[in-house]
Write a protein that binds this ligand. Structure first.
Ligand code: MSP
Length: 576
């Protein structure tokens, strides 16, 4: 499958996060997925835009600001800064960070709401319903009853609210929505979530309240409903607009013309798969192309909650990064997280297992073995390349390696195995590119690790250390050895390209040690790539390891972890 990769612009968003509290693993996880996806698309060669930010006009921001003796704006700024810092700490490559209290958002979101009002999609009406203040949303009677009039998410009591409100006429768009989602024009993933959304659409739709009346006893907070100073725009409705308003500039508008990907957890899928596309359609805009809702992280087997105080905070992730490296944390989250429909457990023992298996014993060990052998047997530079099939003038590398094993009384069980690294790595690259299209980040990253495992397997089979003992008495053994080690190094080089979206710093470290020319600035892991992935990953192509290229042994990438060491702990955060 070597279809040309999609070259249209790629736009990916995360939810914008509430600023009533500080960031935790859940916020970091979704944003990490978007980061890995963006880095991958940039590597593939697509013009990519990655947006994240904060959602600031929620009523709960007013309440928590009050508890902290701050104005809502002060508290929002305090927490927005924590999110920005956390995302910088995680080395996220977002192209912008939007705050919904910024003028650029307020102006454009107001214009969108006004347009919907002018054309009759938003109208005034009476409303009585069950409101969940902790989630800032109205629930249907059925859902409220089902949960005993408590919030399905936080368990806090629901409030019966009677209001005169503005409403968005969602029912009008039901047939269109159904068609878009069923046909895959709006792809909803994972499949199970798509079925849930379609099931709920079949039950019929209600008008969506899009405003709240300001209360005299609380600070005025929110965007004024166009033409009605008594109402503020309901936070969800303006928040969704951020995806469109932030890129509504001459140089960014192109991002709405290619893949538009909204990423979030299952809690807020309905807003993204139903309400938002209907609003866009009403506004005459294209809907998103992919809406992806992952499941939740839980902690040591338990749901994370305020009352249990068991949130994995950014500071805990920081403590893990200090002990195991940031890229190891990124790897664990990206490959072991709740990307599919089931929740994932952040458990220390599991972290250590994955760290040792994938990073210390696999990638790290393989890179260090190959580097050490090239250093030891060839003073750090090979004088030849290999076509990936182990032939060279005058002999066959693999056959000589097997002969050396045989002579040393260590024959292999199956002497007929063949290894074609060129084909293996090309397939892995194609698999990764295809997996990235559906945000299947785990498979895409596994494709990189599969190359590493293939190299390990090949080293065990070809036993270069045995062959190395014969360079003086077995004809062509030196050439065979160089050919074998070249293949290992070149395959690992390609593997690191596929792993780089999750582990940009470690990959850049290997490329520096091995003098690989992948980045426009080798010293900066976040620098642009010099060519698209398919070019970079070509076996014996322009960016391959060259004869006499210096391969330095380098520092240990990942120290093996001791499973009985205690879990890293963070100091308690200041100003909770
Ligand atoms: N402000 C709204 C979103 C508006 S988007 C137009 C909101 N904010 S939030 O701060 O509550 O963030 C919810 C999102 O945080 C989830 O959809 C998910 O992306 C992330 N997570 C929060 N807790 C999580 C877990 N326990 N596990 C994984 N991700 C979770 O909703």
């Amino acid at each position: 499958m070597t279809t040309e990769p999609n070259q249209s612009p790629y736009y990916i968003t995360t939810p914008i996060y509430y600023v009533n509290d500080r960031p935790h693993i859940g916020h970091c996880y979704t944003t990490l997925l978007a980061d890995v996806a963006s880095r991958a698309q940039r590597l593939i060669g697509r013009d990519t835009f990655f947006l994240t930010g904060t959602d600031e006009h929620a009523e709960k921001v007013v309440n928590s600001a009050h508890e902290h003796d701050m104005t809502p704006m002060e508290w929002a700024t305090h927490n927005a800064t924590r999110f920005k810092d956390a995302f910088a700490q995680m080395n996220f490559s977002n192209d912008d960070f939007v705050r919904t209290t910024e003028d650029r958002h307020i102006t454009r979101a107001s214009a969108a709401i006004k347009k919907l009002m002018d054309q009759g999609d938003i109208e005034l009406g009476d409303y009585e319903g069950w409101y969940d203040p902790s989630q800032e949303e109205y629930l249907t009677d059925t859902v409220a009853k089902e949960h005993d009039f408590k919030s399905p998410v936080t368990g806090k009591p629901l409030e019966k609210r009677v209001e005169q409100n503005y409403f968005f006429n969602l029912p009008k768009y039901e047939p269109w929505l159904r068609d878009q989602i069923e046909s895959g024009a709006i792809k909803v993933l994972p499949e199970q979530r798509k079925n849930e959304v379609l099931g709920r659409l079949k039950q019929g739709l209600n008008r969506v309240p899009v405003s709240r009346r300001i209360k005299e006893d609380t600070p005025d907070w929110g965007i004024t409903m166009p033409g009605d100073p008594d109402h503020r725009v309901y936070v969800w409705i303006e928040a969704l607009c951020n995806y469109h308003t932030t890129i509504d500039t001459d140089d960014r508008r192109k991002y709405w013309t290619g893949d538009v990907v909204h990423l979030m957890a299952k809690d807020i899928l309905w807003f993204h798969a139903v309400i938002w596309p209907a609003m866009l359609h009403a506004l005459g805009e294209r809907p998103p192309t992919l809406v992806y809702a992952h499941a939740y992280w839980i902690a040591e087997g338990q749901k994370m909650s305020k009352s249990l105080g068991n949130f994995i905070e950014i500071d805990t992730l920081g403590a893990y990064a200090d002990t195991f490296s940031l890229d190891a944390v990124r790897w664990y989250l990206a490959t072991q997280g709740p990307l599919g429909a089931t929740d994932s457990d952040f458990a220390h023992a599991r972290f250590v297992d994955v760290y040792n298996a994938d990073l210390a014993n696999s990638l790290g060990n393989s890179v260090s073995r190959v580097g050490n052998m090239i250093d030891k047997y060839f003073n750090g530079a090979l004088d030849r390349t290999c076509n990936g099939e182990f032939g060279f003038e005058g002999g066959k590398a693999l056959q000589l390696a097997l002969k050396a094993r045989e002579d040393a009384n260590k024959p292999v069980d199956d002497p007929t195995r063949t290894f074609n690294f060129n084909e293996f790595t090309t397939n892995a690259v194609n698999r990764a590119i295809n997996a990235y299209d559906d945000l299947d980040l785990e498979s895409a990253l596994r494709a990189g690790l599969d190359i590493v495992k293939h190299v390990d397997d090949f080293i065990s089979y070809s036993a270069p250390f045995t062959l190395a003992k014969r360079v003086d008495d077995l004809e062509h053994a030196d050439k065979a050895l160089a050919t074998i080690l070249y293949s290992c190094a070149e395959a690992l080089r390609i593997a690191t390209l596929l792993l780089a979206p999750a582990m940009p710093s470690k990959s850049a470290q290997i490329w520096r040690d091995w003098n690989c020319t992948h980045l426009t600035d080798p010293a900066d892991p976040n620098a642009a790539f010099v060519a698209p992935l398919r070019e970079l990953a070509k076996w014996t192509g322009d960016h391959s390891i060259k004869p006499n290229q210096h391969i330095n042994k380098g520092d240990t990438l990942f120290m093996r972890a001791n499973p009985s060491d205690p879990a890293p702990e963070a100091a308690a955060p200041a100003n909770a």
